[in-house]
Design a protein around this ligand. Structure first.
Ligand code: PHE
Length: 334
């Protein structure tokens, strides 16, 4: 008999130590102290034990019962403090969260901004949902002008659209401020273009505008030269080719000497040594008049380039869609 009592005690002890939660302890309690429990069964046996051993056996069984009740209580109160001890292993290494990064287009925008900030330019902003007036009319593009075909537009409501370029920010800035003006603005633009390796319906531009007395085409070229040297390296050159945009006169397409081959000719510049980057020109008199500036006193230049294009040339990215695919392996490289 004594060995049975000891065995029961040991078994219950092991059972309680292994219990993971109160539920485990409660079921042990029923097994040992419940109506049909192991200890209860022993208590019932007391009266049947031979008289000379009954007293000793009774004392042992009662002691076991008391011990069991107390051990169960003890275990329950321990568990309520330490339930989680079994769920958390503090020695395991933590889960590493990959560090976030700025998108490559944001990085290039910031790089462009820092080059212009160093030349004393201000940074302006404008809305992506824009009035037709700022996007077209004020830029010398009336409703019936064929130049509207150059920029297939997402119209939202009568008179409202998603801006097709950052040039409306020129108009907003000139209407708000007086010359001299030296500003750039970067931001998203929208056009109803079919998606291919060099077109996406959403893209990013950097717009520049300088207005003052005695501003010439040479100032435009000098500022662009400084800009591309800051972004692509000190041996990069700028070339201006005649082009047309209704809000500039004269207007120019701007090309840079290929930073990949240094102008010798390679696949990126299609063996021409030059890469076209975007539009530029001297601000049209009609635009100056529209914002209330006197063209006989003030002149200026403007340019609008694609940020994706700058990033593609700088980093050798072949397909514009990659900027918008959200492939972390691709984006993580920059
Ligand atoms: N806004 C023109 C475009 O998106 C680019 C440009 C800007 C041209 C400023 C001339 C001057 O095509």
């Amino acid at each position: 008999m004594p060995s049975t009592i000891d065995e029961i005690r040991t078994a219950l002890e092991t059972r309680l130590t292994a219990a993971r939660d109160a539920q485990d302890v409660r079921s042990a309690q029923i097994e040992y102290l419940g109506k049909k429990g192991t200890v209860t069964a022993l208590l019932k046996q007391i009266s049947g034990v031979a008289e000379d051993q009954r007293r000793q056996f009774g004392e042992q069984v009662n002691a076991l019962k008391q011990w069991a009740a107390q051990a169960i209580e003890q275990r329950l109160s321990n568990l309520s403090f330490t339930t989680r001890r079994y769920d958390i292993d503090f020695s395991l290494p933590g889960q590493l969260m990959p560090a976030g990064k700025k998108h490559i287009l944001t990085q290039v925008e910031e790089e462009v901004e820092s080059v212009f900030l160093s030349m004393g330019f201000d940074i302006e902003e404008g809305p992506e949902i824009e009035q037709e007036y700022y996007n077209f009319e004020a830029l010398n593009i009336p409703a019936d002008h064929p130049a509207r075909d150059m920029q297939d537009t997402f119209y939202l409501a009568p008179g409202m659209l998603l801006r097709t370029h950052t040039s409306p920010i020129q108009v907003r800035t000139m209407k708000r401020e007086n010359p001299p003006i030296r500003m750039i603005a970067t931001g998203r633009c929208y056009r109803r273009d079919a998606v291919d390796a060099s077109h996406t319906p959403v893209f990013t531009q950097v717009e520049g505008l300088v207005i003052d007395k005695d501003i010439t085409f040479a100032d435009l070229k000098g500022v662009l030269q400084e800009f591309v040297r800051g972004v692509f390296g000190s041996s990069t050159n700028v070339k201006l080719l005649p082009s047309f945009f209704p809000f500039v006169e004269p207007g120019a397409e701007t090309a840079i000497s290929c930073p990949i081959c240094g102008g010798k000719g390679c696949p990126t510049c299609k063996n021409s040594g030059w890469i076209e980057m975007g539009g530029s020109g001297m601000v049209h008199q009609n635009v100056l008049q529209e914002v209330g500036y006197d063209p006989s006193i003030y002149q200026g230049f403007a340019f609008g380039w694609g940020i994706e294009r700058i990033a593609m040339i700088k980093y050798g990215i072949r397909d514009i869609r990659m900027f918008y695919d959200n492939d972390l392996d691709f984006l993580g490289q920059f």
